[in-house]
Ligand binder design. Structure first.
Ligand SMILES: *Cc1c(COP(=O)(O)O)cnc(C)c1O
Length: 480
């Protein structure tokens, strides 16, 4: 039985193309109109937003059509969405995006390639291989293409730990899994612990080493822990160093840690989800000296590289280690393909169906060039420094961390609070600023005390924005 579906699915041929063109232009209009808005958030209460959603049929008997669905999405979703482009949307490592990555999304989406096998993404597969090759050069890794794009730092960290564990099982097979542990710092991303859980380890198998005031792992403690483990007959199968901790942007002493990893024959994974951007800095590249000594690295492009979500990479120094997790399936990546030199990226990933996110980074680099990228990252770091100096000299605020990348932690001085509950006041202020659509401030804890955080990834954020924000906070303190 033949049936003509009139609408709703992309199709090949000029009629399908025209339908796509017309609707996409509408979508671009809706999106651009949204960008015009100056507020960060319209402040709609949670209960009201929930109730609004329930007013529409989830699966109407007769569909409303693409245009109507688009306008409904605008009304119910986009109008209440967080304006991540706002200069004071600075709570998290959540960035505005390069226009190039937005352009790339259009191509990624229309082509709907899947990166698992060559026959689902021929040109895209080669692009991704090529981009990984280039990223490796930037890192200082040997020539090659071992690495893969991921959903982000969480997945990349998991892959690092998975490979490290398999490596230990192969090369240190006299240890039981119960004798294997991982060492990271107290400031390591929680995905390290979570990955360990996924790999079948108890929480006690993750050893978190204390950090110095700057948030960097204390290397002496790392050394003594490694020695202790040896005496106990246990084996650290990985050390996770962080280049840019999520909270304070602290960069561990990579060279010292690499020396220890080498001495004790431990896999070194560097979580450079945030700090990896410094590979492209002009002024601060040297903060990553020694990164090429790592066995594997996590990079995240949907942070300070300003790519749309998702976009990350896992990079593996020695391609031979990929053999530890390579699996074949007759229908997807048969051995014969490999013998004929047909690349199927599925063997490098823990995802099967996978987006062509690599295109975004390629287009952004092509479009902006090295100089712009370097200037943007250096600008943010310098701005953070400037903000830190300003806060440090203020009579209302105290500076909590020394900034290494682009985050500034600060809190209201206790004498300004005049006995008010510090946690409540800080939370009140952050929530009010969010609801009023003026700013999104991070709330975290340092030395057991509630602390505010600015993560300054937006190249359009200026010192005057931050000064205005601090003045707003000063006014709010007295209102509490
Ligand atoms: C953000 C971050 C992660 C997690 O990355 P996702 O992209 O959110 O999965 C891991 N490690 C560090 C240091 C991070 O800052």
């Amino acid at each position: 039985m033949d049936k003509n579906f009139l609408t709703g699915v992309t199709s090949i041929g000029s009629a399908g193309a025209e339908q796509y063109r017309t609707l996409m232009k509408e979508a671009v209009d809706v999106a651009a109109n949204w960008l015009v808005g100056e507020k960060m958030f319209d402040g709609i209460p949670i209960a009201m937003l929930r109730a609004e959603l329930n007013t529409l049929d989830f699966l109407p008997e007769q569909g409303v059509g693409d245009l109507q669905a688009l306008h409904e999405a605008n009304t119910y979703f986009l109008k209440h969405a967080l304006q991540v482009h706002h200069p004071l949307c600075s709570a998290h490592l959540h960035c505005p995006t390069t226009i190039a990555s937005q352009l790339a999304e259009v191509l990624i989406n229309v082509s709907n390639q899947s990166m698992d096998s060559w026959d689902q993404s021929p040109s895209a597969t080669l692009f991704e291989e090529y981009i990984i090759t280039q990223l490796r050069k930037q890192i200082g890794y040997p020539v090659g293409d071992a690495g893969v794009f991921t959903s982000g730092g969480t997945q990349s960290n998991f892959m690092g730990l998975l490979l490290a564990r398999e490596h230990a099982k192969r090369h240190f097979s006299h240890y039981q899994q119960s004798e294997l542990v991982v060492i990271c710092s107290e400031q390591a991303h929680f995905s390290v612990q979570q990955s360990m859980l996924l790999l079948g380890f108890n929480d006690s198998a993750t050893i978190a080493i204390a950090c110095d005031d700057g948030g960097r792992i204390i290397v002496d403690k790392l050394a003594s822990t490694l020695q202790e483990l040896k005496t106990l007959g246990k084996k650290a199968f990985a050390i996770i160093a962080t280049a840019g901790t999520t909270d304070t942007g602290a960069i561990d002493d990579i060279n010292a840690i690499a020396t220890l990893a080498n001495q004790y024959q431990v896999w070194l994974h560097i979580d450079a989800a945030w700090g990896g951007i410094l590979l492209f800095s002009q002024k601060y590249r040297d903060r990553l000296l020694g990164i090429e000594l790592a066995d594997s690295i996590s990079l995240d492009f949907h942070k300070q590289f300003l790519q749309t979500i998702s976009c990350g990479a896992f990079v593996l120094k020695d391609a031979a280690n990929y053999e530890l997790i390579r699996r074949h399936d007759d229908y997807l990546n048969p051995i014969e393909d490999e013998l004929e030199g047909v690349p199927n990226l599925v063997a490098k990933s823990i995802q099967t169906t996978r987006r062509f996110d690599a295109l975004k980074l390629w287009m952004s680099f092509r479009s902006l060039g090295a100089k712009n990228y370097a200037e943007m990252v250096d600008y943010s770091i310098d701005l953070a420094q400037q903000v830190a100096t300003y806060i440090d000299s203020s009579s209302t605020f105290e500076l909590v961390n020394s900034t290494q990348i682009a985050s500034v932690l600060f809190r209201i001085k206790s004498e300004v609070l005049m006995g008010k509950d510090s946690t409540l006041v800080h939370r009140f202020i952050a929530q009010l600023l969010f609801e009023q659509g003026n700013a999104n401030l991070g709330i975290t804890r340092r030395d057991g005390k509630t602390t505010l955080k600015l993560t300054l990834l937006n190249p359009y954020t200026k010192i005057i924005h931050v000064k205005a924000l601090l003045a707003m906070i000063e006014r709010l303190v007295s209102q509490y």
